[in-house]
Structures are given as structure tokens and as C-alpha cells.
Design a protein around this ligand. Structure first.
Ligand SMILES: Cc1cc2nc3c(=O)[nH]c(=O)nc-3n(C[C@H](O)[C@H](O)[C@H](O)COP(=O)(O)OP(=O)(O)OC[C@H]3O[C@@H](n4cnc5c(N)ncnc54)[C@H](O)[C@@H]3O)c2cc1C
Length: 248
């Protein structure tokens, strides 16, 4: 189905959870539940009383098998039209329009195999968390794929889904979580505290049992450029690297 033919539907905000000082998760109950793959996104459309509309894309954080509701994690930009409205105005019970699932390039399923290298900056970790949650569900069903997620955040408190990922790191076979903090010293021995570079990419690649077969990079333009360049400089072939840019 082409993206243009995916229909709009009404979704009800059933819960809002503060994830970090600047990021909230919005749990949406779908009028028409859809199947999706880890890495896909939805468009949301807001309409003002005077008919003015604004539309933005948000990655789905939930595992693909989650059911009739989806989780979106939205970062509040102080001068951002839609993200500020979502954070400051939307409350549980509100309805918004949603269209999806969208995106057929930035997707991964456990049947695609690995090793898998995930590089996420800030809220760019959202589609990667969907992949890790998908892996967690597959793990329970007996499938294991080596996966390493490097999340780059400014500070410990701003690392989105940090506690869940730390927990997964302890309990999931084959999953490694590495945290890079750019404005604070790292708290764990295996983490980093600087901007991503080729040495960091080479270091995390060595922690996988073999060269990554799939690499997904997501975040701001600046992060994606730096992370993809670092991966290339670490010897990862360009054709294995897929990127998703959030702008900014
Ligand atoms: C596939 C995809 C998935 C995404 N997933 C997520 C996600 O999971 N979570 C998430 O938080 N974001 C995600 N994004 C980004 C999201 O779509 C929005 O871009 C983001 O929320 C900002 O929207 P906004 O309306 O708040 O900001 P906007 O109002 O669009 O502003 C964005 C930036 O542009 C600047 N700007 C606005 N107007 C002007 C102007 N006239 N002149 C100069 N500069 C201007 C603002 O200062 C701001 O910094 C995703 C994007 C894509 C493409």
C-alpha cells in the first residue's frame, strides 16, 4: 500500500508518561488497529478550531505485537509547533488523527537476522527501541539475534528508555546496551562520555560476535551525519547502513 493511500483514523490518548525532562510518551488507542514493523512511523494531524492543520511524523516505540494501542515518544522543542502543543495542551481522553503505519525502508524483524548495530541520538532511539522490544518478545519465543544499541544523550537523565534498556541488558541474551553521554561523565565502565567518533563505532562493533549485517542510525541530521560517518570510518560497508533523520 502506498503511503498516500493509508487512511487517517481517530486515536484516543489513553495515557501520557513523562520519560525525561523533555520527552513524554503518548499512548494512543487506535480506532482501527494496524499491524506494523519495528522501525515504522505514523503521521499525526492536529486541526485548530479555525481549520488550520499541522502534520508531523513520529516513530512507533511499541513492539510490533503490542496490540490495539501504540506508544509515541515526543521531544518538546521550545519553539516547536506540534511537539509543544502535544506536551503542553494534550491530555488523556483527547482525540487526534493518526495515519499509519508508514515507512518501508527503516524496518527490521528478527527474521532479518544480525548481528544488528543500532545507533540512536536523543529521541532518535524511539524506532530502535521498537526493534529491541521486538527482539525481547522474540527472545521469549526462543529466537536470539546479537544486537548492540548505542544511545547518545546529553545527560543520564535525558537518556530516553534508559532504565528499560539497562534492564534488557541484564536479562536478554545477545543484547548489549551502551550509553554515550555528551555533557556528563559516563556512569558505567562500558559507556562513553564524548561525541560519537570512529573509535567509538569501532569499539562497539568489536563487542558484537561478528561484523554487523544491518546498521540503523536515527536522530537529528547532525547526529545521523556524525554516526554514519563514524560507522563508515570504522569499516562498516555503506550498503549495510540505513538512516532516519528527524530534522533539526
Ligand atoms: C520519520 C520521522 C520520525 C520521527 N519520529 C520522531 C519521534 O519519534 N519523536 C520526536 O520527538 N520527533 C520525531 N520526529 C520529528 C518530528 O516529526 C517533528 O519534526 C518534531 O517533533 C518537531 O516538530 P514541531 O512541530 O514541534 O517543530 P516545528 O515547528 O516543525 O519546528 C522544528 C524546528 O524548526 C524550526 N523552525 C520552525 N519554523 C521555522 C521558521 N519559520 N524558520 C526557521 N526555523 C523554523 C524551529 O525552531 C524548530 O527548531 C520524526 C521525524 C520523522 C521524519
Amino acid at each position: 500500500m502506498s503511503e498516500g493511500s493509508v487512511r487517517w483514523q481517530t486515536a484516543t490518548v489513553i495515557d501520557i508518561v513523562v520519560r525525561t525532562p523533555r520527552i513524554k510518551s503518548f499512548f494512543l488507542s487506535l480506532e482501527h488497529p494496524f499491524e506494523f514493523q519495528a522501525g515504522q512511523h505514523v503521521d499525526i494531524r492536529l486541526t485548530a478550531p479555525d481549520g488550520y492543520q499541522a502534520m508531523r511524523s513520529y516513530s512507533i516505540a511499541s513492539a510490533p505485537d503490542h496490540g490495539t494501542s501504540i506508544e509515541l515518544a515526543v521531544e518538546r522543542l521550545d519553539d516547536g509547533e506540534v511537539s509543544m502543543f502535544m506536551h503542553d495542551v494534550i491530555v488523556p481522553g483527547d482525540e487526534i488523527e493518526v495515519r499509519g503505519p508508514l515507512g518501508g525502508h527503516f524496518i527490521w524483524s528478527v527474521t532479518d537476522g544480525g548481528p544488528l548495530l543500532l545507533l540512536g541520538g536523543g529521541s532518535g532511539v524511539v524506532p530502535l527501541v521498537s526493534m529491541v522490544r521486538h527482539l525481547k518478545a522474540a527472545n521469549l519465543a526462543g529466537s536470539t539475534v546479537p544486537v548492540l544499541l548505542l544511545l547518545s544523550a546529553r545527560t543520564w537523565d535525558e537518556a530516553l528508555f534508559r532504565d528499560e534498556l539497562l534492564e534488557f541488558n541484564k536479562e536478554m541474551s545477545g543484547f548489549t546496551f551502551v550509553l554515550n553521554l555528551t555533557r556528563e561523565a559516563s556512569a558505567r565502565g562500558q559507556d562513553f562520555g564524548r561525541r560519537i567518533d570512529a573509535a567509538m563505532a569501532a569499539d562497539v562493533v568489536k563487542r558484537l560476535p561478528g561484523p554487523p549485517v544491518h546498521v540503523f542510525v536515527c536522530g537529528s541530521n547532525a547526529f545521523v551525519n556524525a554516526a554514519a560517518d563514524s560507522a563508515l570510518a570504522a569499516g562498516i560497508p555503506a550498503e549495510t547502513i540505513r538512516t532516519e533523520r528527524y530534522g533539526g
